[in-house]
Design a protein around this ligand. Structure first.
Ligand code: PGA
Length: 256
């Protein structure tokens, strides 16, 4: 994706809602709020990473981008219970997350992640690589670890595929809690991530990659990450699972 001035607002529904019926109602109400909003929104004002089984239906009715929360890096073959990028694309997905900390916690290896990134980007599926530290240390060693994570996760990706790459900085200590990173903490990591991207692909490619922040994003702090935190958008868990809150975040981030 080319660097843009409109913010990229991505919701992560995780294992919600419980049924397709509820998901359809959610999207209809969200779209109604977007179209009647006093703030002028772009045609596609949000991204939602939803359970794979909902993608074909929601991508038909949603005004936004509907995508997946994970993808397999095995090309075609005998892997029970996995979905590969071509399947997601043919089912209506327009993007996917890779490397979310909850997927990593279930045992995703760096090698698996590198294959997921390569296959997904080769398949022209816009891909959001999630990275984030578990803890911070005063010497800033976590920054070097994050840079190394990005380099290894992208080790099989050719730089001409960077146009469909997005990075989400999600400090693990901020996910699902009540304390987000400060905008300053976020800014510092954005610089480290761009440094890592530049070392792999050169500064011109690095500049074009959009970077998001995720971890306890809420209505009151959302826009600050974009204005002061140096990011191009947000990856939002809980606050994207409630219609009014998500709609408010979308509109506040698009307001001038
Ligand atoms: P949260 O989750 O916004 O609920 O902290 C973020 C995420 O897991 O992507």
């Amino acid at each position: 994706m080319t660097k843009r001035t409109t913010p990229i607002i991505v919701g992560n529904w995780k294992t919600t809602p419980a049924t397709l019926d509820v998901a359809v109602k959610f999207i209809k109400q969200l779209d109604k709020k977007c179209t009647t909003s006093k703030i002028k929104l772009p045609k596609k004002a949000y991204y939602l990473a939803v359970p794979d089984i909902f993608i074909p239906t929601l991508s038909e009715i949603s005004s936004g981008y509907i995508g997946s929360q994970n993808v397999s890096g095995i090309s075609l073959g005998q892997e029970t219970g996995s979905t590969i990028p071509s399947m997601l694309l043919s089912g209506g997905a327009t993007f996917t997350l890779v490397g979310h900390s909850e997927v990593r916690a279930r045992g995703e290896t760096i090698d698996e992640r590198a294959h997921k990134m390569a296959l997904s980007l080769q398949s022209k599926l816009p891909t959001i690589l999630c990275v984030g530290e578990h803890t911070r240390d005063k010497e800033g060693k976590y920054l070097a670890k994050l840079e190394e994570d990005v380099k290894q996760s992208l080790s099989l990706v050719k730089r001409n595929l960077f146009e469909n790459l997005i990075i989400a900085y999600e400090p693990v200590w901020a996910i699902g809690g009540d304390t987000p990173a400060t905008t300053h903490e976020c800014f510092e990591v954005v610089i480290a991530l761009r440094r890592a991207l530049a070392s792999i692909a050169g500064i011109d490619y690095a500049k074009r990659v959009n970077i998001l922040y995720g971890g306890t994003v809420a209505k009151d702090n959302a826009k600050l990450f974009i204005t002061d935190g140096g990011v191009d958008g947000l990856l939002i868990g809980r606050a994207s699972q409630e219609i009014t809150t998500f709609a408010n975040i979308i509109t506040s981030c698009h307001s001038s």
